[in-house]
Design a protein around this ligand. Structure first.
Ligand code: IPE
Ligand code: IPE
Ligand code: MG
Length: 251
């Protein structure tokens, strides 16, 4: 896949949207104002990614660990999620965006679960881009759930233990059917994955910016994609220029 502006773009871009609280604190505002502003950055990013031809955009919106935040903040985040889903449905339909979700969806408030299911159903035949929301998501828990499903199939005699390989594990994760993320962006400077896509990120390129999520816009996205364009992905092999030099010496 390529866009006129970039020679290569990620098929799957995943984003750890971090820094909403700090954005608000710097302005002397309550944390929730940072989350509100963060939704604007989500809208801009979704639109830009679709225009650039990215196939899958995964947004880490709420981690399993985020349930440990103060109750008021959790409630506010759930309300924002509901509002976002309600407000964006038409935009998703207009732009051919299919909504999907990963994580422990059954832990979300009933009202949010229903809205999520309705939007996923309404957008299920859209083909322009998959917007995949990671909600109540934890990478370790996702792997543990996959192991449970596989073990159940073994017990039922549907799979033999020797048949368990990387592809089989991948096909039991919440992201089954999606390509692995080519690029993971994390905003606000933290150098960690925070339990995000642990299995799928094995060979993802990482891009960390000190920009706080509410300030992330199309220009910031282009900076990350330009950097990705320059990266040489080796997947354990030797570098392209080194391989060329070896060939030249040998001939
Ligand atoms: C990211 O911003 C949003 C969520 C995790 C839901 P934070 O709320 O983590 O912002 P900081 O890290 O406290 O600045
Ligand atoms: C990661 O951000 C989770 C999301 C962006 C949804 P956190 O702010 O929760 O991560 P830590 O606590 O700094 O690792
Ligand atoms: Mg944070």
């Amino acid at each position: 896949m390529s866009s006129p502006e970039l020679a290569k773009i990620p098929r799957h871009l995943a984003v750890i949207m971090d820094g909403n609280g700090r954005w608000a604190r710097r302005r002397g505002m309550p944390r929730i104002m940072g989350h509100r502003q963060g939704v604007k950055a989500v809208r801009q990013t979704v639109t830009a990614c679709r225009e650039l031809g990215i196939e899958v955009l995964t947004l880490y919106a709420f981690s399993k660990e985020n349930w440990n935040r103060p109750k008021d903040e959790v409630t506010a985040l759930m309300d924002l999620l509901y509002e976002y889903l309600e407000r964006e449905l038409n935009e998703m339909l207009k732009n051919g965006i299919r909504l999907e979700a990963i994580g422990e969806i059954d832990q979300l408030p009933q009202k949010v679960q229903e809205k999520l299911a309705a939007v996923m159903e309404s957008t299920s035949s859209n083909k322009e881009m998959i917007l995949n929301l990671a909600l109540s998501y934890g990478g370790r828990a996702e792997i543990a759930r996959a192991v449970q499903k596989i073990a159940q199939k073994c017990v039922a005699g549907e799979i033999r233990p020797e048949e368990i390989d990387e592809n089989l594990v991948a096909s039991h994760l919440d992201t089954a059917g999606l390509p692995d993320p080519d690029l993971i962006i994390r905003t606000s400077g933290e150098m960690r994955l925070s339990n995000f896509l642990l299995f799928q990120s094995a060979y993802s390129e990482l891009y960390i910016t000190s920009t706080l999520w509410p300030d992330f816009d199309r220009q910031e996205l282009m900076k990350a994609l330009k950097e990705f364009e320059r990266r040489e992905r080796r997947f354990g092999r030797i570098g392209r220029s080194f391989a060329q030099a070896c060939t030249a010496i040998a001939s």
